[in-house]
Write a protein that binds this ligand. Structure first.
Ligand code: NG1
Length: 562
């Protein structure tokens, strides 16, 4: 079972009106759906959509690069989403010519000039061409994921043999996306999730939200990144007015109410992070580094080398050896188990006794890891592990503070209490100046709730920048711009190396901050052409927790969603 408030057993809701899903002006939303449907009809020669689904992007408030290490993260769904219309044309019974024709999966985009249409065979076993980086790859991921899930449930054969599936002639998919690409707001997962939900409904299948979250996490790996699972889970399970703590193994989403006097702002750094193209030196390299760190930590705790080599996540090792997963104990252990600086491949293979790294990462079958090992010779382990454990701790503290615990209680833990005893302090009246745990990014004694949340966000950015090295100049400049404008805290959000910053501020000064950041960060970019002023409202905006995935039905007569 997941945490209290988890919605993983529920099904994706069927929205009965647009306001169930959107806060925006209903007319403009309705117009967008009308445009989707008319593009569908034009592209597919008058066919009407059978199903329409939507799934949103997300902003991660805290918990960066720890989902793939098994630790909980704290995102919220945003209003920007991907909408997808789908229809399935069936072969006419008894029509021999149609019976023999190969079924197809035909994909198009409302913005057909920028996102060219593409046709694939209706074959769930086809490979995704990761070298081409075509936008339709994510649609193919969603398509394949559905069949993987059926296989997992031992239903694949019966579904493939069903009268419906056997008669499929053409699956038609029309997409419209509003989540800016490469911005760290997870446009790829919004697309994958929207497609998966729409196809599921069009194929007359039904998966729970938990199943959908898991299957889309796995299917997105066909695109070439070793995706962690946060983006898909929040896109599917997000809810209006609530941030969520997303847990893994098993997947779950716990409601986290955000303080109502605070507003979250998003700014795009205008540095595009091309996730799939740069995965070997950024995202996938970090996954490899964390796994190597986990292996060396397991070895440090005396595990036989062959056993240690089977360890996959840092959490696995911390749960086993660090006071049942106590994160401060784990942070202490990192210093002993892992060298500062980088390890070379040779050091890892020979001196540390890991042998051929390619075998550990199953490079024969895993091209993503194969490329990482081909293109990199040095691996930083201590800094990466420190980031992961300290960030996991910050997520926990952020949640506790949102739930009303005083910051000083939220940060207490066995190690802290131990140190308090050693230096003769009462844990709950700790003194900041000589706190021996300050190296871990604490303490926050005496702080108000708002300042403490902001401080956690600030510490998270520092850790991403210095230990995980996933920031960039533009992100740092934007964080500074928000802080100088009066935000309480700001940090990169998503994978980093470009993309967006999320900032938090007192609600009554949100507009002032936006105006100030526009002046200090964006105006020069509008002038130099790095950013387009026409995109202003998508580059810098206020955001609030929005609804997750939904299915909508288009009434062709009325021309609206009902
Ligand atoms: P982005 O690239 O921002 O969508 C990626 C991963 C997440 C998570 C974050 C870092 C995918 C689809 N998403 O998010 O799972 O690991 O980086 O916290 O790979």
């Amino acid at each position: 079972m997941g945490a209290v408030g988890s919605k993983q057993h529920a099904r994706v809701p069927k929205a009965s009106k647009l306001s169930d899903v959107y806060d925006d002006n209903e007319n403009s939303v309705a117009t967008r759906y009308d445009t989707l449907v008319s593009a569908f009809k034009t592209q597919f020669e008058g066919e009407k959509p059978k199903t329409i689904a939507r799934s949103p992007g997300r902003v991660n408030l805290i918990g960066e690069h720890i989902d793939y290490e098994g630790y909980s993260v704290l995102p919220m769904a945003i209003g920007l989403d991907v909408i997808v219309a789908v229809s399935v044309a069936l072969k006419e019974e008894g029509n021999v010519e149609e019976d023999e024709a190969e079924a197809t999966l035909s994909i198009a985009n409302v913005d057909g000039e920028k996102y060219m249409p593409k046709e694939f065979p209706f074959d769930h076993e086809q490979e995704v061409d990761v070298k081409s980086h075509h936008w339709t790859n994510y649609v193919l991921c969603g398509f394949k994921g559905i069949f993987d899930q059926l296989k997992k449930q031992n239903k694949l054969e019966s579904v493939l043999e069903s009268a419906f599936m056997k008669r499929v002639k053409k699956v038609m998919v029309m997409v419209d996306g509003k989540v800016p690409l490469g911005s760290g707001l997870s446009s790829s997962s919004a697309l994958n999730c929207a497609v998966t939900v729409a196809l599921m409904d069009a194929f007359e299948l039904s998966f729970t939200k938990g199943e959908l979250s898991e299957l889309t996490c796995l299917s997105e790996r066909y695109s070439g990144t070793q995706s962690g699972g946060m983006d898909q889970a929040i896109s599917i399970m997000g809810e209006k007015d609530l941030a969520k703590r997303i847990d893994f193994n098993p997947i779950g989403a716990m409601d986290v109410p955000l303080p109502t006097n605070l507003t979250f702002l998003i700014g795009n750094s205008c540095a595009v992070s091309k996730k799939a193209e740069s995965a070997h030196k950024h995202y996938n390299l970090r996954v490899v580094e964390c796994r190597l760190a986990a292996i060396l930590m397991a070895k440090h705790y005396g595990e036989d080398i062959e056993k240690a080599k089977t360890r996959v996540t840092l959490r696995e090792v911390a749960d086993l050896y660090c006071n049942k997963g106590d994160l401060w104990t784990a942070l202490g252990a990192v210093r002993k188990a892992l060298n500062e600086g980088s390890y070379t491949k040779k050091q890892l293979e020979n001196d540390e006794g890991l042998g051929d790294l390619r075998k550990i990462f199953d490079c024969e079958n895993n091209e993503a890891f194969n490329v990482v090992l081909q293109k990199n010779d040095t691996f930083k382990l201590r800094d990466r592990a420190r980031h992961v454990f300290s960030e996991a701790r910050r997520v926990h503290e952020f949640q506790k503070i949102c739930e009303g615990q005083s910051p000083r209680y939220a940060v207490s833990g066995p190690i802290y209490e131990h140190w308090c005893k050693v230096i003769g302090l009462e844990p709950d009246v700790g003194v900041a100046s000589d706190d021996p745990t300050k190296d871990f990014g604490h303490p926050m004694y005496g702080m108000g709730k708002e300042d403490a949340l902001a401080k956690l966000m600030h510490l998270s950015h520092e850790s991403c920048k210095t230990q995980y090295e996933c920031s960039c100049d533009e992100l740092d400049e934007l964080v500074d711009a928000f802080m100088s404008a009066g935000a309480l805290g700001a940090r990169l959000t998503g994978a980093g190396w470009g993309g967006c910053v999320v900032a938090v501020c007192e609600s009554d000064i949100a507009e002032e901050i936006l105006a100030d950041v526009k002046k200090s960060f964006y105006e020069k970019r509008f002038q130099s052409g790095v950013a387009n002023i026409a995109d202003e409202t998508n580059l810098l905006f206020k955001t609030a927790p929005s609804a997750g995935a939904a299915i909508l039905h288009y009434d062709d007569e009325k021309g609206v969603i009902v």
